[in-house]
Design a protein around this ligand. Structure first.
Ligand SMILES: [Zn+2]
Length: 61
C-alpha cells in the first residue's frame, strides 16, 4: 500500500473498492464507481498526525 491507497465501500452497489488517490488530493472530488459506474462524491482529508488519508464516500447529487 502506498500512501495514496484507500479502501472504500460503494454506497450504491456496496462493493469494496481499492482506490489509488494522488497523494496531493484534498477536498471533494467526483469519481465513478469501477463496479457499477455510478458517481461518488469523495471527501478527502489527510490526518495531520501521521498523514493517513481519510476518505468519505457519498452518493453524488
Ligand atoms: Zn458501485
Amino acid at each position: 500500500m502506498s500512501s495514496g491507497d484507500v479502501r472504500v465501500q460503494c454506497p450504491y452497489c456496496f462493493q469494496i473498492v481499492d482506490l489509488s488517490l494522488d497523494p496531493e488530493t484534498r477536498g471533494v472530488t467526483i469519481q465513478d464507481c469501477e463496479v457499477c459506474c455510478r458517481p461518488w462524491q469523495l471527501t478527502v482529508k489527510r490526518r495531520k498526525r501521521d498523514g493517513k488519508l481519510l476518505v468519505r464516500v457519498e452518493r453524488a447529487q
